[in-house]
Ligand binder design. Structure first.
Ligand code: BES
Ligand code: ZN
Length: 650
């Protein structure tokens, strides 16, 4: 394999930290001051630098779990049994990824089926990667079994007390494995380069319903004893589990919603168009290959908007706003059933293959279901954010294809580049080659690479052969490559125009000029996107009088809509509009979705007074935050403290 020599620079790490979509970045920015400790390292571009696994030697082909969920101990305990495919004839060790796991026993099944102990070594933990588990398997057995328990602090699990649920009576737990957190609840080859089928037997308290990213039976008896099977091979980051007071409400034959009883009807109404979305996607890209498509609505502490766990999308309740204006989230997670779950990126540096293609398909589904206007508004908002994100400091992460060493943590990968520039690239291809040809191309791509993990080079080769060379003279390779390997966005990129946003912009400009608020007639049927646009175009700060006037007219403070809150509260923080403080704090405490609350924290920590406020809120909110959110908030507070210490010293 080709080896590339490159420099790992702290500048790149800082850049990586500086531009995350969920605004969670810079978790380690404090640790990496510009010490400029440049180390020369050898990196194989095809290697997954975030896993210890050696998939070239041996591969897990099937995983069988037997687990018990213990809410009191905040622990999952049991066994994982692996079916192995020994590829390299010299190999006699199985290397797995683990994080904070207690390994109790490692055994292999002999020819007669009886288990015998194996020798193993659990290395000291690396802060990012966890502990490498090396198991000696001199007989190269096909079946290996590990008995283990998770830590109450497992990075991939959140344990919620009853008070943090809607119903307030039962505890709740859920996993979030992407990108490298599956290893905190199952010892695994935790890399997208390995796919396995799985089955599971899970026990839990009788009143808890357990669901997995597998064949959940809508009519399953709630008896504390559950069995699952996932017959399609998936990468480790799609392994998922949740347990709590969950009930089911159907949307169609093959689709429905799982949620807490008080939420489930409302959720099913909001997501009523799901079946139509599946059918639209199937018409474009071929059959949905995963059986059921259900949506699990999680408590508001879920750190992401959504997660494409196969057969069971995990979703934040913050998109349930009553008017379907935020259901592009379902379109997005559903689209991953093709781009991501079927064809998967082979290293986190190729994440755009998942998220960029998915964001493009998402927008196509939105257009098909809700019209061109809605799709254009959503694109325009994303592209505006992307523009804000591109700075000279993060040039290394602006190409779609990221160089080895330039990404410091795969969780810092939710960037506008990966999502929005990736989708924009697809739209550029669609425009140039025509919708019909491009749709056929994408469909062929999903079929060609189905159930495989690929990198940017493989995508490029396929596109050159099946698109560029099939339609000569339509797009040059240079132009194509500029999207992949250059920072920024090519000048030839198609522009998006939204008539409805033109109205919003005019209304805002009129108000800032004359203090004349847009009338009900204008704002009466504005949707989430129009309010977002209205607020995003505001100056950095407004006067208290201006803020009060807006608030009196539109009741932004206390809004149940997280997308509006995410824009209004930072503006309030920057403008010193303290009338919003109480509701802002309540929002930050109730919601754990990073994209919605990090902009508020980031705005607050800019001033000494805001920093004190942010720390106070965080202290109260932390017991309810997911480990991923806690990490992001701590980093933001540390950045604020550092900046203010510096300012004081001057
Ligand atoms: N797969 C992602 C979530 C993710 C990415 C988790 C990388 C960890 C590492 C999911 O499909 C996603 O993109 N979620 C978005 C929602 C969406 C509508 C853009 C989110 O959570 O904001
Ligand atoms: Zn996604």
């Amino acid at each position: 394999m080709r080896q590339a020599l490159l420099l790992l620079s702290t500048v790149a790490a800082l850049a990586a930290a500086g531009c995350a979509r969920e605004s969670a970045p810079a978790d380690n920015a404090t640790a990496t001051t510009a010490a400029a400790t440049e180390a020369a390292v050898t990196v194989d571009p095809a290697h997954d630098e975030f896993s210890y696994a050696e998939p070239g030697k041996v591969r897990i082909t099937d995983l069988s779990l037997d687990l018990a969920i213990d809410f009191g101990a905040k622990q999952i305990a049991g066994t994982a049994t692996y079916t192995l495919d020994w590829i390299d004839p010299q190999a006699d060790a199985l290397v797995l990824d683990t994080r904070d796991l207690a390994i109790e026993k490692v055994e292999a099944a002999g020819k007669d089926g009886t288990y015998g102990a194996l020798q193993y070594e659990l290395a000291d933990a690396d802060a990012l990667l966890g502990s490498k588990l090396t198991i000696q398997v001199p007989e190269r057995n096909t079946t290996v079994r590990i008995a283990y328990r998770t830590s109450p602090d497992a990075s991939g699990l959140q344990w919620l007390a009853p008070s943090m649920t809607e119903g307030k009576h039962q505890p709740f737990m859920f996993s979030q494995s992407q990108q490298i957190h599956a290893r905190s609840w199952v010892p695994l080859q935790d890399t997208t380069q390995v796919r396995f089928t799985y089955s599971a037997h899970v026990t839990a308290p009788k009143n808890a319903m357990v669901l997995m990213s597998a064949d959940n039976e809508p009519k399953a008896e709630r008896d504390g004893d559950y069995s699952f099977s996932m017959p399609q091979a998936i990468p480790s980051y799609l392994l998922a589990i949740a347990a709590g007071d969950l009930v089911f409400e159907p949307i169609s034959e093959r689709s429905g919603v799982w949620a807490e009883p008080v939420m489930v009807k409302k959720a099913a109404e909001e997501f009523a168009d799901t079946e139509k979305m599946i059918q639209t996607a199937e018409q474009l890209y071929g059959p949905y290959r995963w059986g059921r498509y259900d949506i699990l609505v999680l408590p508001p502490s879920f750190p992401y908007g959504g997660m494409e766990n196969p057969r069971l999308t995990f979703a934040t309740p913050t998109v349930i706003v009553g008017d379907k204006s935020l259901v592009s989230l379902v379109a997005h997670e559903l689209a991953h059933s093709w781009s991501g779950n079927l064809v998967t990126f082979s290293t986190s540096r190729d994440a755009w293959l998942n998220e960029g293609l998915t964001s493009y398909v998402e927008n196509r589904l939105v257009e098909a279901l809700y019209g061109k206007d809605q799709a254009a508004m959503e694109s325009a908002i994303a592209r505006e954010e992307l523009k804000q994100e591109f700075t000279d400091a993060n040039k290394a992460l602006q190409p779609l294809s990221v160089k080895p060493g330039d990404l410091d943590d795969p969780d810092h990968n939710l960037t506008g580049t990966v999502y929005t520039k990736g989708a924009w690239f697809m739209e550029a291809l669609e425009q140039r080659f025509g919708r019909e040809a491009f749709d056929a191309f994408l469909r062929g791509y999903f079929d060609h690479f189905a159930f495989q993990s690929i990198d940017t080079t493989q995508f490029r080769d396929y596109a050159i052969a099946n698109l560029l060379e099939k339609h000569p003279g339509t797009m040059s390779q240079e132009e194509f490559d500029a999207w992949l390997y250059e920072p920024g966005v090519p000048a030839s990129a198609p522009q998006v125009r939204s008539q409805r946003f033109a109205v919003v912009d005019a209304a805002r400009i009129a108000w800032t000029g004359s203090a004349e608020l847009p009338s009900r007639q204008v704002t009466g049927n504005w949707s989430t996107q129009e309010w977002v646009r209205f607020l995003e175009g505001m100056p950095d700060t407004l006067t208290t009088e201006q803020m009060a006037a807006l608030d009196a007219a539109y009741h932004f403070t206390g809004t149940p809509n997280g997308e509006i809150a995410q824009r209004w509260y930072p503006l309030a923080a920057r403008s010193g509009y303290h009338a919003a403080d109480g509701e802002m704090a309540a929002f930050m405490q109730r919601v754990g979705r990073r994209k919605l609350i990090m902009p508020i924290y980031n705005a607050l920590v800019q001033t000494p007074e805001g920093l004190v406020f942010a720390k106070g809120v965080f202290e109260r909110a932390e017991p309810g935050y997911h480990p991923i959110t806690t990490g992001s908030v701590k980093a933001a507070i540390a950045r604020g403290e550092e900046a203010q210490a510096k300012a004081k010293a001057q």
